[in-house]
Design a protein around this ligand. Sequence first.
Ligand SMILES: [Zn+2]
Length: 118
Amino acid sequence: MEYVPPKHDLDRFNCPFCNAYAHQQWFGASLAKYHNRQNGAFQHGEIIPDLEVKQCASCSKISIWYEKEMVFPVLSFAPRPHPDTPDDITVDYNEAREVLANTLACQGKISIMISALW
Ligand SMILES: [Zn+2]
């Protein structure tokens, strides 16, 4: 079956955790309880606009989405391992793909911070 990458508008795609093509259940996000620094009070049930989570029907893990973009886990643009790759090598390869994605995400954020300083 063809790989279907995670996308906000889809109810089914290949899970970024277990890779199964599975239904993804949408949830809005809210704070159960938080401290309001402006008035010092504890408040309940505040909905966080544009923050959503999806839960995989296969592995139950949750991806986090902000403004319709998946922010966790960070996806790598490095090629996926070939399906015939042995499992032990696939684990190491996928770990390297994740490191690459996180490194590039950090570089992008550092560049934005540096450009804001100049
Ligand atoms: Zn999954």
